[in-house]
Design a protein around this ligand. Structure first.
Ligand code: SF4
Length: 342
């Protein structure tokens, strides 16, 4: 089939095929596992938050992770069809990463699609073999230094079942550099490259501005990153042969994919007396326990949790409080914010 340039502004631009990991991500059915904040690189554009970067912390989507059971719970809550393992560098925590892949494959079956991000710093032949044996489906290299390109070539030669790709941020002044890298990746048989819009975060904002990058007026992203990425995808149509080239905008990843994931989770964990908001949050009314609210509970319109009664949004009580929460566990009600529209 002839290759075509596909573009939906704000959603994607690509030539070739969208990698399976990306397709599931767009559908909101990929659980994001932040397996460790530790990374032995120090990229000036690193978007990982200061609360996570360099620390041995783990999260599944937005939830802190205490155990492997938490991970399975979260996958069930969002109805996940797969997971992406990120960090930090997941290969710094190789044992944990391999155990996580094995458990997810055992529990959810071989079809559960798992991809992993790494700079490649620790992707030796032995490590690559171990990852393949564990059941990993896709590895995405983010080469942070020229010598790491060799790791990508090695992975292409060595791995039989695991698909090999590259994922890099697009800095607007590095378009030509990226084009020659893509040509080389195409020649050695890398299946795809994902181009990310550069996000601006508390960790990288100073380092980006010191280098002359400016923050877009419309969103916390580097100005010109999107235009540069789309230019590269268009260029790839006539200048590459097999490699798929895909641009993923930061806004879509952060707002839409995360919202879809929250909605999927909310639909599974919501109580009969909760309302789903368009942002994937759950809204509920709360009032103190008293004779009136106790009667409401007895009639089946709510539930007592601690000193409060949570009841149907459709009812109105004098001392009610409207609260919104992230959809977390079924048995937890964690008020996150008061609703100003009350
Ligand atoms: S390799 Fe990734 S996690 Fe590590 S510093 Fe660079 S961008 Fe951050």
């Amino acid at each position: 089939m002839p290759r075509r340039f596909h573009l939906i502004p704000g959603v994607y631009a690509y030539v070739g095929r969208l990698p399976k990991g990306c397709r599931l991500c767009i559908q909101g059915t990929k659980m994001v596992i932040f397996i460790t904040g530790v990374c032995h690189d120090n990229c000036f554009y690193c978007p990982v938050s200061p609360e996570r970067f360099g620390r041995q912390v783990a999260y599944a989507d937005e939830e802190p992770l205490q155990s492997i059971e938490d991970l399975v719970d979260e996958a069930l809550r969002i109805g996940a069809d797969g997971a992406s393992i990120t960090g930090g560098d997941p290969l710094v925590a190789l044992e944990k990463t391999v155990r996580t892949i094995r458990v997810l494959k055992e529990v959810f079956g071989d079809e559960f699609h798992i991809h992993l991000y790494t700079s490649g710093r620790y992707a030796t032949s032995d490590v690559l073999r171990e990852l393949e044996e564990s059941g990993l489906d896709e590895i995405r290299f983010h080469p942070t230094a020229p010598w790491l390109m060799e790791r990508i070539e090695r992975a292409v030669k060595l791995l039989r079942r695991v698909r090999v790709g590259v994922e890099v941020p697009v800095l607007p002044d590095r378009v030509e550099e990226l084009k020659s890298m893509i040509k080389w990746l195409d020649d050695i048989g890398v299946e795809f490259i994902n181009l990310n819009e550069v996000e601006v975060s508390p960790l990288n904002v100073l380092r980006l501005s010191e280098r002359g990058y400016r923050v877009s007026k419309d969103a916390p992203v580097v100005e010109g990153s999107e235009e540069a990425a789309i230019e590269i995808v268009k260029w790839a149509l006539n200048n590459t042969r097999r490699i798929s080239v895909h641009y993923c905008p930061a806004g879509y990843k952060d707002s839409v994919q995360m919202r879809i994931r929250l909605i999927r989770k909310a639909l599974r964990v919501m109580k009969p007396y909760e309302e789903l908001t368009s942002q994937g949050m759950l809204r509920v009314k709360r009032a103190p326990v008293n004779p009136t609210t106790t009667r409401i509970v007895h009639e089946g319109y709510g539930e007592v949790i601690g000193n409060s009664v949570y009841f149907w949004p459709g009812l109105a009580l004098e001392d009610e409080e409207l609260i919104t929460r992230y959809p977390t566990r079924m048995h937890h009600l964690l008020p996150m914010e008061k609703d100003s529209a009350k």
